[in-house]
Design a protein around this ligand. Structure first.
Ligand code: FPP
Length: 227
């Protein structure tokens, strides 16, 4: 067992994985989404209650049209599958999407709205998909909400500010696969005390052994929260 409540992942390297196998880059995303199903199982096994996944950044809107369309279709298929999966209700899984996903084509955002509505009361396992997500955008959206609510400077405590973000829960661990050592606009507010793990392996290559090694290493690191 672990005392990890919230794990987050920047799933990077899908296209490089595919290219190495001489496959179309979109195939990498297909392998990446399959890997997610394994990750859900590992989290269950280790009693991790919340998972936040960086699935599509604001910058990803600049991807070639063919890849963008492929990803939209993959999201549509996956969210439809979740909607039809009896395990979602049986196991009390909440599917949450954080980001400006209303910028996606209507047929994708509608499916997202539906699954979020359907699972919003579940709380055994929370999966946050960061989509059309950017950390600065999240902060700006919070500021806009606060201004629209006519709040005064005295109202704006850390707690209040944080409750206006897409999520306020803070990850214990953030994993980035794919070799880059950057945080790339992912959860800037929520990650200040997170333990970061950077792996050279691409996301589709991420295995249970890597997951377990990270958990073991996390337990060894002493988290002092600035004390
Ligand atoms: C980054 O790798 C990955 C993405 C932009 C897409 C991630 C999406 C998935 C894993 C599918 C998620 C499925 C659901 C249900 C939301 P990259 O394309 O930047 O790879 P590269 O670094 O090799 O170019």
């Amino acid at each position: 067992m672990s005392d990890i409540k919230h794990l987050a992942v920047i799933m990077d390297g899908n296209r490089r994985f595919a290219k190495r196998l001489m496959l179309d880059p979109t195939k990498g995303h297909e392998y990446g989404s399959k890997k997610l199903e394994q990750l859900f199982e590992w989290c269950k096994e280790f009693n991790i209650k919340e998972l936040t996944l960086y699935a599509f950044s604001m910058q990803n809107f600049n991807r070639p049209k063919q890849e963008f369309d492929y990803l939209m279709n993959l999201f549509k298929e996956n969210f439809t599958k979740f909607g039809d999966d009896p395990r979602i209700e049986k196991e009390g899984i909440k599917i949450n999407v954080i980001g400006r996903y209303h910028l996606f084509p209507k047929e994708v955002s509608t499916i997202i709205d539906k699954i979020m509505e359907k699972t919003k009361k579940n709380s055994n396992f929370i999966i946050n998909f960061a989509m059309a997500y950017g950390g600065r955008e999240e902060i700006l959206d919070a500021v806009k909400k606060i201004v629209a609510d006519n709040k005064t400077p005295e109202d704006i405590t850390e707690e209040y500010f944080s409750s206006n973000l897409y999520i306020s829960s803070e990850p214990d661990i953030i994993i980035r696969t794919g070799g880059e050592k950057r945080t790339s606009n992912f959860l800037p507010w929520q990650s200040i005390y997170s333990e970061w793990f950077f792996l050279d392996k691409t996301w589709p290559e991420f295995e249970k052994e890597d997951f377990i090694n990270i958990i073991e290493e996390f337990k060894k690191r002493e988290r002092r929260f600035g004390r």
